[in-house]
Design a binder for this molecule. Structure first.
Ligand SMILES: [Zn+2]
Length: 266
């Protein structure tokens, strides 16, 4: 397939559509992606957009075919992937409405298909630093420019879902100092790396995780407030994405693609 996009964007909860010029259906050796992919142009860059839960949010986190989603992006020619997601806060100082540009993850998922290398080719990619340093820096800079409260680092705990954490689980995650909790960052992030693509996460904090309830520093929030924050986050994200995509240099200044080459055993 001819190269048709440079940058891939995965829409998360509440972010199901992007204005586009064309919608295409792609099939992959790993099955069908979550939905049709929208092709568009932003700031002179060719962008492919795919809502990871599908346009109608028909796919819960544990049913997303992450391999198909990433493979489809690669087939379109994408070299950089932006993966925003709705997330909960595990720390009082990270507030609903804040954005976190995560630099680490802790994988608490089970049984997800998280590699393209089931043999005979064996590959062990490094995930010591799983996120693209260049895209992280650009995302932080653009968020600051827009006056968004952004945390420059953060560890996202990725739980299997679809259930939320117990109070005990949440307290355990918080006690390690981990900041963010979500259900989709793994394996999206590592599959991008296995294909040699840069990946950046933008965690949009919607609410506090269950373990922080009852903390005297945390004011109780209503369901209406959560919905309002959720909507505002996605509005801010759309503006941020335009600035970020336009700022991405044509030639990467990072070594993300090398993780794939270094990981090959044969
Ligand atoms: Zn990179």
């Amino acid at each position: 397939m001819e190269k048709r996009a440079d940058i891939g964007v995965f829409g998360g909860s509440g972010f199901y559509r992007m204005e586009g010029v064309e919608e295409i259906k792609i099939d992959t050796p790993f099955g069908a992606p979550s939905d049709k992919i929208t092709l568009t142009t932003i700031g002179g860059k060719r962008v492919a957009f795919l809502p990871r839960h599908g346009k109608e949010h028909q796919l819960p986190p544990h049913m997303i075919n992450f391999r198909a989603n990433l493979w489809a992006m690669k087939e379109l020619g994408v070299t950089r992937v932006i993966g925003p997601c709705a997330a909960g806060s595990l720390q009082p100082h990270i507030k609903p409405g804040d954005f976190v540009i995560c630099d680490q993850f802790v994988d608490r998922t089970r049984g997800r298909k998280d590699t393209f290398y089931d043999g005979p080719i064996t590959t062990h990619i490094s995930t010591a630093d799983p996120y693209c340093p260049e895209l992280r820096e650009l995302a932080i800079r653009e968020a600051r420019k827009l006056g968004i409260t952004v945390h420059e680092t953060g560890t996202v705990v990725v739980i299997q879902g679809p259930r939320f954490s117990t109070r005990a689980e949440s307290k355990w995650f918080s006690s390690h100092g981990w900041e963010v909790i979500n259900m989709t960052q793994y394996p999206e992030c590592v599959l991008a790396r296995e294909l040699g693509m840069c990946y950046v996460n933008i965690s949009l904090i919607t609410d506090y995780d269950v373990g922080l309830e009852g903390n005297p520093d945390i004011a109780p929030v209503t369901h209406e407030q959560v919905i309002e924050v959720f909507k505002q986050n996605n509005d801010k994200l759309r503006t941020l994405l335009h600035g970020l995509i336009a700022a991405i240099p044509d030639e990467p200044g990072c070594n993300c693609y090398r993780h794939l080459l270094d990981g090959r055993l044969n």
